[in-house]
Design a protein around this ligand. Structure first.
Ligand SMILES: *Cc1c(COP(=O)(O)O)cnc(C)c1O
Length: 359
């Protein structure tokens, strides 16, 4: 197997010191030592997300908690706000879970969702829950989640379910101020921790919904998460090694300073965006371009597969092709997690080398 440095939008490049935390010996997850350790992780996560709500760690991909949010929080009918593949998947999941659901799409892929349109759809009175992505990783759109959160304040009975998978740990998410009922993220994106666990917040209101939910199963039952979290535990055997890595990463993020971390992401995004506009075009609409990845429209009709091969073979660097229907029509450069501006500059200069562009 050949390992490349990852500039893909997940999983992201994980530093060696983080990986090494996973080599620590295991401890039993029903013992006092674990409870003390896990309570510490939970406290750090609450501080990190600015919330007094419940915060849990699930041993699953993010998709598990996306499904969990539906099972615990939808009563009858959900509005799935979408601007790309992950939003569309949440809609499929909502229906697969047996609920009624409508989709509210952005004008097209590459465009963001608009708070006014969400407001209009919710004012119909048909919905008891709404799902939305902060950052749509398939298209490189970052929705204006603050304005969407403002709209949601007028609908206190509609659960505000947020996929923050490629946003959390890269942008400020103040869960309490924004009034999010569920906010979830797998740690393999901007946290720069290996995949396998998902962190999520659950508001008191969402917990009440969970209490009356009729078909929520067991593995993702929020009430069960709470029952165990109250004892410093998780319902089932957690990926303990990954929680070691997460704990270490949280300390590192506080040491870096969250504001500094968010500013570093903006800096990498602005640089990549400017580069993309000079050399190609950007795929995502102006004003809504993601701070965690840049989707470059392949306006020069290069072979993205060939570019990827060049970067991998010659420099052991990896970028991502377009997602689904944008394959070869675009490529995606992830600039999240622990990557630095210098590493981004190095990658972009190598893409310039491939296209024969003098920088
Ligand atoms: C990666 C991603 C997901 C899926 O995450 P899994 O951990 O693979 O389930 C969902 N939503 C967004 C926005 C993502 O970027």
């Amino acid at each position: 197997m050949k390992f490349n440095k990852l500039f893909i939008p997940g999983p992201t490049e994980v530093r060696k010191d983080v990986l090494e935390k996973m080599a620590l010996p295991l401890i039993g997850h029903r013992g006092g030592d674990f409870a003390e350790f896990f309570n510490g992780v939970t406290a750090k996560l609450k501080k990190f997300l600015n919330t007094k709500d419940h915060v849990f760690v699930s041993t699953s991909a993010s998709t598990g908690i996306m499904e969990g949010a539906i099972l615990n929080c939808v009563k009858k009918r959900c509005l799935n706000v979408t601007c790309g593949a992950f939003g569309e998947r949440w809609h499929q999941m909502t229906k697969a879970c047996g609920f009624e659901a409508d989709i509210l799409k952005s004008a097209e892929w590459g465009k963001a969702n608009r708070a006014e349109e969400i407001d209009k759809a919710l004012s119909s009175g048909k919905y008891d829950a709404m799902t939305v992505q902060i950052n749509e990783t398939s298209t490189g759109i970052m929705n204006d989640y603050r304005s969407i959160a403002e709209v949601m304040k007028s609908y206190p009975d509609i659960m505000f379910l947020v996929d923050a998978v490629s946003a959390m740990a890269a942008v400020d998410i103040n869960v309490d101020e924004l009034g999010m009922d569920v906010c979830l993220a797998g740690v393999q994106k901007a946290f720069a921790v290996p995949p396998g666990i998902t962190v999520f917040s659950v508001s008191e209101k969402a917990m009440k919904r969970s209490e009356i939910a009729k078909r929520k199963g067991y593995y993702f039952d929020f009430c069960v998460f709470k029952k165990y979290a109250d004892k410093g535990q998780t319902p089932t055997t957690p990926a303990i090694s990954l929680i070691y890595a997460l704990d270490y990463k949280l300390d590192q993020m506080f040491d870096e300073g969250l504001e500094n971390r968010y500013a570093r992401h903006v800096e990498m995004a602005e640089y990549t965006r400017a580069w993309a506009k000079e050399r190609f075009e950007t795929y995502a609409e102006d004003g809504y371009q993601s701070v965690t990845l840049t989707t470059v429209r392949n306006s020069r009709a290069i072979s993205v597969a060939d570019l990827s091969k060049f970067l991998a073979d010659k420099y052991s660097l990896q970028i991502a092709n377009g997602y689904g229907k944008t394959k070869e029509k675009a490529f995606r450069i992830g600039h999240m997690g622990d990557l630095t501006l210098d590493e981004i500059k190095d990658l972009l200069s190598k893409i310039d080398e491939y296209t024969g562009t003098k920088s």
